[in-house]
Write a protein that binds this ligand. Structure first.
Ligand SMILES: [Zn+2]
Length: 303
C-alpha cells in the first residue's frame, strides 16, 4: 500500500464568487469530475464518487485567528492539533515550540521506523538546499520532518534524472527564474504521470506546491486560474498513470488563501481534502480536521 500526499499550500473552499474565487471560474474538467461535477466552493460538502472522496477539512481546529502555514503543515504531518497545543496559529516557518513538537514524531518517522521508505519528492535549487542544510534558512514544517529523519532534499540532479518533481509541475520556473534552460519543459499532464512514477519509488511520498499560496497573497485572479488549470492537468495525468489498487493519493492544504483573491491574508475557510484509491473509504469517514490525516495514513502504511 503506497501513499502519495500532494500538499497544495493555501487553497480553501470559498464563496462561489467569479470576481474573487478562481475555483468559480477556472476550467477544471478533471477535478470537478472527481467531485461529481461540483466545483470546489462553499456548499459542496462531502462528495463521494467511484474514483474519489472529497472532504471539506477544518484547519481552524478550535483556535481563534486565521490558520497559518507552520502550524497547519505541522498538524498534517504529526497528526496532532498543533494550534491547540501552542495556543495560536503560527507561520510561515515553525517557531521553536512547533519545531519541538515536530521532533516528537511525524508520519515520516513512523514510516522509517517500520523500515518503509519515504521522501519529499520536490526538487530544490542548490542555493536553497544548501541554506537549509547549513541552518541559514529555517525549513518549513514538512522539510524539517524529512531532514530530521536524515532524508536529504532533492536538487537539480534529481530533477534532471527523473527522480524528483518541480514544485511548479512543468519545470517552467527552473528555466525562467532559476537559470536552468537544460531542464525540459513538460506539460501538466506529463507532470501528473511523472508524479506517479516518482512516487512509486517510495511507500510514502510527499509532494509540495507553494505557488498557490504566493498567488493568494499577491497574484491576480488570472494567475490563480492558470495555477488551478495546471493542477487539473496534473490530475488528468495522475489518473492516466495510476491504478486505484496501488494505494492512496491524498491532496490537502494547510489553510485557505487563493480562493479569495484581493484579500491578501489567509482565510478561515475549510480546506479541500481529496482522496483517491480503492481504500479511500476506509479512511475518509474519520477525517474532519488537518490533524486527522496522518493517523489514518499511518494505519494504511503500517498495516
Ligand atoms: Zn501555507
Amino acid at each position: 500500500m503506497r501513499v502519495l500526499l500532494i500538499f497544495i499550500d493555501g487553497i480553501g473552499i470559498g464563496e462561489d464568487d467569479p470576481q474573487v474565487n478562481p475555483f468559480s471560474v477556472a476550467h477544471l474538467p478533471t477535478l470537478t469530475r472527481l467531485t461529481n461535477g461540483q466545483r470546489w466552493v462553499k456548499g459542496i460538502g462531502r462528495v463521494q464518487t467511484p474514483l474519489a472522496t472529497f472532504i471539506p477539512t477544518d484547519p481552524r481546529m478550535g483556535v481563534d485567528g486565521l490558520p497559518q502555514s507552520a502550524s497547519g503543515q505541522a498538524s498534517i504531518i504529526t497528526g496532532r492539533n498543533i494550534p491547540a497545543l501552542i495556543g495560536e496559529h503560527y507561520g510561515p516557518r515553525p517557531n521553536p515550540t512547533i519545531q519541538a513538537l515536530i521532533r516528537e514524531g511525524t508520519l515520516f518517522e513512523a514510516v522509517c521506523q517500520a523500515n518503509k521508505t519515504s521522501a519529499l519528492i520536490a526538487a530544490y535549487p542548490e542555493h536553497l538546499k544548501e541554506e537549509i542544510e547549513r541552518g541559514k534558512r529555517l525549513p518549513a514544517s514538512y522539510q524539517q520532518a524529512i531532514l530530521q529523519q536524515g532524508i536529504p532534499l532533492f536538487g537539480l540532479d534529481d530533477l534532471l534524472a527523473g527522480r524528483a518533481m518541480s514544485e511548479d509541475w512543468t519545470n517552467q520556473a527552473w528555466r525562467d527564474f532559476l537559470g536552468h534552460p537544460e531542464v525540459p519543459l513538460i506539460s501538466a499532464h506529463e507532470a501528473g504521470r511523472k508524479l506517479v512514477r516518482v512516487a512509486r519509488q517510495y511507500d510514502f511520498a510527499f509532494m509540495s506546491h507553494w505557488m498557490t499560496d504566493y498567488v493568494g497573497h499577491r497574484g491576480s485572479l488570472e494567475d490563480a486560474v492558470q495555477l488551478l488549470e495546471k493542477l487539473d492537468g496534473v490530475f488528468s495525468g495522475i489518473l492516466d498513470e495510476w491504478h486505484p489498487d496501488e494505494g492512496i493519493i491524498l491532496l490537502t492544504s494547510d489553510h485557505g488563501n487563493m480562493e479569495a483573491i484581493g484579500d491578501r491574508r489567509h482565510t478561515a475557510n475549510d480546506v479541500p481534502t481529496l482522496i483517491l484509491g480503492s481504500h479511500k473509504d476506509s479512511i475518509a469517514s474519520s477525517i474532519h480536521t488537518l490533524a486527522d490525516i496522518a493517523p489514518k495514513l499511518k494505519e494504511l502504511l503500517l498495516n
